[in-house]
Structure formats: C-alpha cells, structure tokens
Design a protein around this ligand. Structure first.
Ligand code: SF4
Ligand code: SF4
Length: 78
C-alpha cells in the first residue's frame, strides 16, 4: 500500500476541520496537536509518511488556511 506524505505548515490554526473530514481517521486531534508542537520549534512545515491515507484530498479541500497538502511519493520521483 502506498504511504502518502502529509505536509502541514505553520498556517494551521488547529481548527480540526480536517480531523472531522478524514474518513480514514488518519488525522486526529492528537496528530494535529503533535504537529503544532513540532512546528513551534522553528520548523516551517511538518512532513510525515502515514499509513491508511488514500489521498482523497478532503483535508486539502476543507482547510481554509491551505495549511495541509498530501504528496504521493511516486510523483516526486517523476
Ligand atoms: S483544517 Fe487546516 S487549519 Fe484546520 S486543523 Fe487541519 S490543517 Fe490545521
Ligand atoms: S487525504 Fe483523505 S485520507 Fe488522507 S489525510 Fe487527508 S482526508 Fe485523510
């Protein structure tokens, strides 16, 4: 199964809309909170390979901050 790369940048305001929409429960409040703690340490964005994400892009569509995007690692190799 492809493991997609979740990216979240500092514009995330922890609204949790993406948590609500993620049908695969990849995004959770704990995940978002952990990301924000990581981003406080001067990182511009957070990246993590995740299992279970189907790259449905619902989280990207709902995020008003445009703070989250998903990358298929195979695209990067093209
Ligand atoms: S929808 Fe966007 S701003 Fe809201 S918690 Fe998710 S990534 Fe952050
Ligand atoms: S792309 Fe879909 S499955 Fe993957 S994290 Fe976003 S909402 Fe969840």
């Amino acid at each position: 199964m492809t493991r997609y790369l979740i990216n979240i940048n500092n514009d995330c305001n922890q609204c949790m809309e993406c948590v609500e929409i993620c049908q695969n429960k990849v995004l959770t409040e704990e995940f978002i909170n952990m990301v924000k703690i990581t981003l406080k340490d001067k990182h511009h964005y957070f990246r993590k390979y995740v299992r279970g994400c189907t790259c449905c892009e619902s989280c990207e569509d709902i995020c008003e901050q445009h703070a989250i995007w998903i990358i298929d690692p195979e695209w990067e190799e093209l």
